[in-house]
Ligand binder design. Structure first.
Ligand code: HEM
Length: 214
């Protein structure tokens, strides 16, 4: 491949991915009109009225606020240009992101996982996703404190790819709607595929680049 193309193509792909993340997150947030106040006829809240006001709401609202915050902050934090130009801001926003993900987003998602619409096997998937995202974030944070920046970058990239499961899940859901698939097994498969597939792709890509560098 010509040199200019090998430099430009990954940049274009990154830009398209970032735009897709912003677009899908924006669409998800437009759906919040159904949550303030809760509309139990809406897709997500349908059938949740019996337990929503007892405990679910205390996880649900923090989750739907911290989720988009973590996706937008992650985009800023992963930008090389931003980090190089504003290292101080990178450090501060990184702290905010770590608190947001570990202190609010993941614990609230974990509570909600036990009422997952696609059933107990989806719960298992969400619990594993929570554990992996938490582990990646903690190890990424620890590496930054120890000033092992390459390791820090790798773990934080893993953490972000796992956060993007929320985006991938909505994309798969959208494809399911277009294809008029209504099976519960499709939703279950989507909850797993939304993080397992991107994680495998990331690890394979990491292996390849490390091999070509050595
Ligand atoms: C990796 C971390 C995450 C975990 C473990 C997680 C977990 C969950 C769970 C278990 C549910 C309920 C699903 C169901 O009952 O079927 C849910 C719903 C939701 N999550 Fe997350 N989530 C994560 C990341 C995110 C992110 C990054 C966003 C940002 C947009 C987000 C936004 C939402 C929203 C808005 C809902 C309500 C449903 C909707 O309106 O589409 N989550 N999440």
């Amino acid at each position: 491949m010509p040199l200019r193309l090998t430099v430009t193509l990954p940049r274009v792909l990154l830009l398209v991915t970032a735009l897709l993340i912003v677009k899908v997150t924006g669409v998800v947030m437009l759906g919040y009109v159904n949550y303030f106040p809760p509309n139990f006829q809406s897709d997500f809240l349908h059938g949740r009225e019996s337990y929503f006001f007892t405990r679910y709401q205390w996880a649900f609202y923090p989750h739907i606020v911290s989720g988009p915050v973590s996706l937008f902050l992650g985009l800023v934090l992963l930008s090389d240009r931003f980090r190089v130009r504003f290292p101080h801001w990178h450090r501060w926003l990184g702290r905010v992101q770590t608190i947001c993900v570990l202190g609010v987003m993941l614990p609230s998602g974990l509570v909600m996982a036990f009422d997952a619409a696609a059933g107990p096997y989806a719960t298992v998937g969400f619990v594993m996703l929570t554990a992996l995202t938490a582990t990646s974030t903690v190890l990424g944070w620890r590496a930054a404190v120890q000033r092992r920046f390459l390791v820090h970058r790798r773990w934080m990239l893993r953490s972000y790819v796992l956060l993007c499961s929320a985006v991938v899940l909505r994309i798969i859901g959208g494809i399911g709607t277009v294809l008029e698939v209504q099976a519960l097994s499709f939703d279950l498969l989507a909850t797993w595929a939304s993080w397992v597939v991107p994680l495998i792709v990331l690890e394979l890509y990491g292996l390849r680049t490390r091999r070509t560098q050595s």
